[in-house]
Design a protein around this ligand. Sequence first.
Ligand SMILES: *[C@@H]1O[C@H](CO)[C@@H](O)[C@H](O)[C@H]1NC(C)=O
Ligand SMILES: *[C@@H]1O[C@H](CO)[C@@H](O)[C@H](O)[C@H]1NC(C)=O
Length: 244
Amino acid sequence: MFLAMASKLSAPILFSLIIFSFSSQCPPASAYQKVSLALYYDTLCPGCSEFIVHNLSKIFQNGLIQIVDLRLIPYGNAIILKNGTVVCQHGSKQCGLNTVEACAINSMPRNEYFEFIYCVENLIFRRKTSEWVSCLEKTPKQGDFIYDCYVNGLGQNLKLQYATETDALWPPRDYVPWVTVNEVPLRMDFENFMKYICKAYKGSPVPKACQELPMDIIPTKAKPNTKVCGIDDASPATNIRPRV
Ligand SMILES: *[C@@H]1O[C@H](CO)[C@@H](O)[C@H](O)[C@H]1NC(C)=O
Ligand SMILES: *[C@@H]1O[C@H](CO)[C@@H](O)[C@H](O)[C@H]1NC(C)=O
């Protein structure tokens, strides 16, 4: 019946019929609304590299990344002067690395850019920041792109774009790492971000990683986290600022 009808239709119409009939079917599991997870961070803030390396990376191992729409915003607590110059909390090295990571985010698929950022942040965490270039060598093609992006002005534009996005946060960030799940900031409970992701996800099946998590959200006892970098306070990071 379909075939008999189809023979009378022109190819473009047939094509659009096929596409429409597919798109009106039951959505596949991946069509459930993903949970948006955003990390506002500074490349050289110790609390950020620790979070990226030891906590965030877990969702790439346990499969949660499948239900997450991840955004990394490497800008942190920088400020923009009236003449457009960006001044970073931990100096120009940090501005440079923020731009490098911004370029990576915009040039590679998610899994690959995360691998690159993991590589850089892991070195920063281990106080080997100056070795970050070795991460570029692991992905030579993207390495060229990142370099071009950094020197040709695209990186600068990306930085301003991230600045705008960071400054538009509501409620505004008080420090970085600043983690939001579906736009709600987790504040000092950011290390428990996986629980918030699982709680926010409405799809089925429930990812295995969620079934394995204790689902009660009991905010971690407000122990002062000395590794976060506050907007007005460069002190914790100044003390441990890695030499680049
Ligand atoms: C912008 O202003 C700052 C501080 O006044 C100055 O150090 C810097 O050189 C200026 N940059 C440009 C591009 O004019
Ligand atoms: C996050 O990583 C730190 C450092 O490895 C670890 O001590 C902490 O338990 C992790 N947090 C969670 C909620 O897994």
